[in-house]
Design a protein around this ligand. Structure first.
Ligand SMILES: C[S@@+](CC[C@H](N)C(=O)[O-])C[C@H]1O[C@@H](n2cnc3c(N)ncnc32)[C@H](O)[C@@H]1O
Length: 169
């Protein structure tokens, strides 16, 4: 099982986009408080469209609460541009295992000390930071979860409502 965890998200449409990705990929979404918006915000619901209630969302009061919730044998990854390891070099292929991808807040990222304590678990998406400080949070979440799914051979993501193929003939 794949899990996306958002540390103190600030921007409703990023969280909404990520919720939509989670709904499409059977990924659990962990939201770590405090948030920079109201969960009832109509923009949040709009970005997640009508997928919000299709997402398995777990709320956490703080980072420690999230850390305590990690399943036995679960693997944590901290997603940060300051990491040493490139995300696609890591093996996520065991789909029986719980993979937890923790992302930082849009303005300040992840707490520095926490990253230091977990430096071997940090992964980055390569980028040129000459002109851009960082990538967009929801793009990062999508890239990372799809790399994990690719390595897991997209198991469990067969289309349920297949397009009427005859129409294509
Ligand atoms: C807008 S960025 C935060 C920028 C913040 N000033 C910082 O230095 O971390 C929000 C989150 O997106 C993710 N992110 C953005 N660019 C990334 C990259 N190149 N590699 C890995 N994660 C990235 C990280 O999880 C980051 O905490």
């Amino acid at each position: 099982m794949n899990h996306i965890a958002l540390f103190e998200p600030r921007i409703h449409f990023n969280t909404g986009n990520i919720a939509r990705t989670c709904a499409a990929t059977n990924t659990v979404l962990h939201l770590i408080e405090p948030f920079g918006f109201e969960i009832s915000d109509k923009h949040l619901k709009r970005a997640g469209l009508d997928y919000w209630d299709k997402v398995n969302i777990v709320y956490h009061k703080n980072l420690q609460d999230f850390m305590n919730s990690i399943a036995d044998g679960g693997q944590l990854y901290l997603v940060s541009k300051f990491a040493e390891h490139v995300y696609s070099d890591v093996d996520y292929s065991d789909d029986k295992k719980d993979h937890y991808f923790l992302f930082g807040r849009e303005d300040t990222g992840l707490p520095e000390e926490f990253m230091h304590e977990h430096r071997d678990e940090c992964i980055r998406i390569p980028m040129n930071d000459e002109h851009v400080r960082s990538l967009n949070l929801s793009n990062c979440a999508c890239m990372i979860v799809y790399e994990a799914l690719k390595q897991q051979e997209f198991r469990g993501l067969e289309l349920v409502h297949t397009y009427e193929k005859d129409k294509l003939k």
